[in-house]
Design a protein around this ligand. Sequence first.
Ligand code: HEM
Length: 504
Amino acid sequence: MPFIIGIPAAASAFLSAGLTTQISVAIVICLVIVLITASLPSEWDEAPRSLPGPSFLSIVPFFRQRHDFLNWGFHITGQSTFQFQLMNNTVIVLSGASARRAFFNAKGFDLTEGFKILSGAIPMVRGVTSGVQTKRVSTIHKRLAAVQRNARLSELIPAILEDSRRIFDNYGASGTFDPFQQINELIFQTTVRSLSSCEIADDASTVARLKTLYDRLDTGTTPATVLVPWFPTPAMIKKLWATKEIYGIVSRAIDAREKSGISRNDTLQMLIDSGDEKLVVVGFIMGLLIAGARATGTTASWIITYLGGYAEWRHKAQTEVEALLSAHSDATTSSISSRLAEIPLEIWESQTPVLDSIIRETLRVAQPHTAMRRNLGPEVYINEKLIPSGAYVVYPFSDVHLDPEIYPDPWHFDPSRKEIDSTVDLPLPYVGWGVGKTTCLGTRLAKVELKLTLSLFLLGFDYILVDKSGAPIAPPTPNWNDILQCRPPLGSCFIKYTRTPLAL
Ligand code: HEM
């Protein structure tokens, strides 16, 4: 109380003092305030620093210019961890080796919940691709493992090659194409073949329709469709419509197979024979087509693009495949697709060091992934910063894959880079197929698809990279702001090819 009574007296003494005294007193008061606040154990010291400016300004750059936006965040905050708001959601962005290790191993960090709000590429059909019970998700993962058992994966080899042969045959004797379109279409076909039914995969018009619908889901993803999915914007309605049509195609294929009573040798049959409920079968096909076809298509497009510009690596890869053909196939077999089909799965998986290093390096430099999680609790500390329960947490792959300290000249495609020893040099130096708690569950299938389609293309075509006027160009730099394909500017890069004398 005496303290309160004394305040008016002190104020009037201060006001009646001279200007110099007033300034000195003001400076002393400011200093005292700064010292007191600095010495207080503030809870905000624990919170990652926030981005400056109004939070709504973060929304569009996060979805449209993600790579630049995240880099800017690290730069402007001067921190290895920062946070921003996406509507009511706190998003914490991490970087650095110890944060990477903590992120990928944290028990409470959930991938599905993280993707739901932050990605939006997945169509949300309750019970099918969203809100899927954990039990259903684990059944889907179990079936995906079954597709990749040796016997089943071996059976897929001739089917993938036959699809590729049919598509490459349509290319004619020579021409040009956009790898980010055509190679994506090829991989979409082989992924549909691997994950759905013969009836769907054999019908080119249904596959083309599915591809159009999935593209619509991807391109129809706007900040609004992700953050306020219940709001009926035109983009949202288009997405819902596309999802409904995909659901219809898959659902009709299941019904037709069950009604026919005829058993076929494909993944749909395996799912039906496992006695799974329809929601699991639809969820498997719809969900994994999204997870699988896009990532594999992007990788295949970039591999073919890089090899178009780096003749040395193209020849090394060709030589490796030719050696496999000589060792494991019958030279009198008429076509290269049939000869490639004679090479056993275990050889594809263990005797292709050149193809393996090309895939690995392509994923390092041209996979613009930002891993996303939601912390379902408890709260944890990473980089000495608090990650509260309920917060979203993201880790951009660029933090490790494009770090010049780890990969000198990081934008340069160089499959001869030495693998970094994670036990000696640095924790988790490579995350191309995921690490820790979450690793890619489709790796075996994806690698086989990549190796088969690439081998057939390399033996069947001579090619170079050109611009739209037909002049040879060096491979473009991947655009990490394009979160789906890392695609260079439209119309800037094409494959110019001629058929080799070998019969596909
Ligand atoms: C070149 C192709 C592919 C690449 C580079 C790739 C990469 C990845 C990565 C990096 C993750 C972890 C993501 C994270 O931590 O945020 C992941 C997860 C996953 N991938 Fe792939 N993937 C590919 C193809 C496929 C295919 C073909 C399928 C299925 C047929 C598939 C199914 C999955 C699934 C189900 C998960 C989530 C695993 C979980 O929830 O624990 N992927 N993939």
